[in-house]
Design a protein around this ligand. Sequence first.
Ligand code: BGC
Length: 734
Amino acid sequence: MSRALLLTTGIAAVLLAQPILAKENAADPLAAAEARAEATVKQMRPEEKTILTHSIMPIDIHKTGIKFPDDAIFGAGYTPGIKRLGTPPLRETDASLGIAWLEGGRKDGATALPSAIAQAASWNPDLVYRGGAMIGSEARAKGFNLLLAGGVNLMRDPRNGRSFEYFSEDPLLSGVLAGAAIRGVQSNDIISTIKHLALNGQETGRKFVDVKISDAAARESDLLAFQIGIEMGHPGSVMCAYNKVNGHYACDNDYLLNTVLKKDWGYKGFVMSDWGAVPGVEAAMNGLDRQSGEQLDKAVYFGDTLAKKAASDPAYAARIDDMNKRVLTAMYAFGLDKNPTQPGGKIDFEKNALVAEEVARQGIVLLKNSGDVLPLAKTAKSIAVIGGYADGGVLSGSGSSQVQGANGPAISRPKFGEGSQFITEQYHRSSPFAAIKARAKDAKITYRDERYVSDAVLKASQAEVAIIFATQWMAEGLDVPDLSLPYGQDALIAAVAAANPRTIVVLETGGPVKMPWLDKVAAVVEAWYPGARGGEAIASVLFGETNPSGRLPISFPASESQLPRPRVDGSDWIEPGHIGASTAEGARLTADYDIEGSDVGYRWFARKGEKPLFPFGYGLSYTTFESSGLKLSGLNASFTVRNTGKRAGDEVAQLYLVNRGGEAKLRLVGFSRVSLAAGARKKVSVTVDPRILADWNGKGWTMPGGDYVFALGKDAEDMGQTVSVRFPEKSWKD
Ligand code: BGC
């Protein structure tokens, strides 16, 4: 099958489900801009050829009093423009959840989207696009023209401290959503990255861990997520990762950057390094186009050192031209020169907060609802709210992606005694307690924090309903050692549940957690890190203004022993610390990803016959749905979804491959979010991307001939109607 055909089939799956994605059918904007970039490179003088190839962080991180050019903006990156050639400066900021707060260093706030995992739980590319468009518009208004967004690493381990920054454990869901987010950002005539290529699966030892994985396993999992994200999103830049892959740093990796990305996928934008991820000038020959955050590397390799190499070595000279061409291609493709950004633009924060709130509402997952304890009646007489700083705000994840509103965090709880706010547990100013009070106006509502269990239990026993907010803080640079709720919250929940059978647990977590108290509580609501209006969104679900419709984008294990690794590799000897502390001179660490190979997440559970606490794709509603009438004609599937309950609601219809040629095989092959009034039905069409059905054969994809069995799934465990289709053997190049 030709690449073009593959692209069309891959795109159609989502196109049919989400009309807003029609734009992705447009030709690659990067390809259209390449000729103009080539012409500019021809006009470049030798001394201009290493301006675009490296970038500083316009932050005085080493406290040397360094002055930055006037047009630099405090943020993650700055590259000067070239006036003579009309190229604008590149002004860069994090990231996927909004414009980074950076300890308030710019003294401006931004709208915080819910975490990426919360966005993914909506299974709604249209909404994720709107989120991207919103944060891109704020980037633009602040003068930035490059957003370091698009985190698409697969969640190979739920203990990964950056789980909250990534979408899911599945390549199709992750790739489609990353593509949508990137197109949203880039709709503002600015560049977005996709990151971190590739296999950046853990934070422990992230700057030296060497990931071992076979080519086939990588192509069918993490790389496929990138490939789909790039095809659908056309990001102007790809950020390579800190870790090594099969012995070579990801940013110095000929195979990943030259063979896979540029040759096999035909990528025409530029590869930028992660901050402090460049081992030397040779990385240029291995496919790296731009050194980022150069103060964090041992030297500025892509400035004078690169220029000297180019002066004496024609291979380097050719590479320099190609590097410049790629940066310029991205600039031109997204109109950075024609529609330049300027700081001081107007931001409608009220309007943008509504986007964040809508994402939170659609991403909240109802995990348990015994005896229909939810939704709560607004006439409730007494409610005890306990824990999680619910009287102050909602939790967020830390690190480079940290966003805060104009007045900074409602609460900031330091985690390291170094005075750095960069790694503190921060809460957005959106109090669930206030939002609950506003809805149950006549109720007696009390709040107790988690300090004194006996007091919390007393209040719970006196109330009709107890709502406990439980948090699991996660941060870039820090994996969690296990999946328990920290600070003894498990014991608090068990004690409160023993005192009040109508106990509702609201989780604000970076990813999956264990729930030893699950049988004792009446309801569980997974709210993730719900962003700028999280408190409002949570209350609207609790009181039934929003019918919950989120579905898990990651399996919730019953215990860590079910995971491919009993603990995160290296966590037994690498000291946890902030971002820099994970760098250790000469340290060695290997992570064997061939244990699970491409069977990440639910595929691993299926392969091992393990039952998770909650499966991938799971989520309840206040109504009920039925999917039926599955038909397949080649790769085109259609079926009908019906709302069989009494309330309007959204269903996320899921289609899985469950068996191939007589062998059990579980893969999500399509999905569609459908809004239905009570009693209504809708026909859904999904076109299956053949790569999801195929194996990587070393040079391309092969679908073995035989019977392929597809099933309508409520989730990755609960399968309904199946249909079998016979396909002849077929192989094609990427
Ligand atoms: C992170 C990137 C981020 C960059 C710039 C790095 O530490 O890994 O995701 O974009 O910093 O802030």
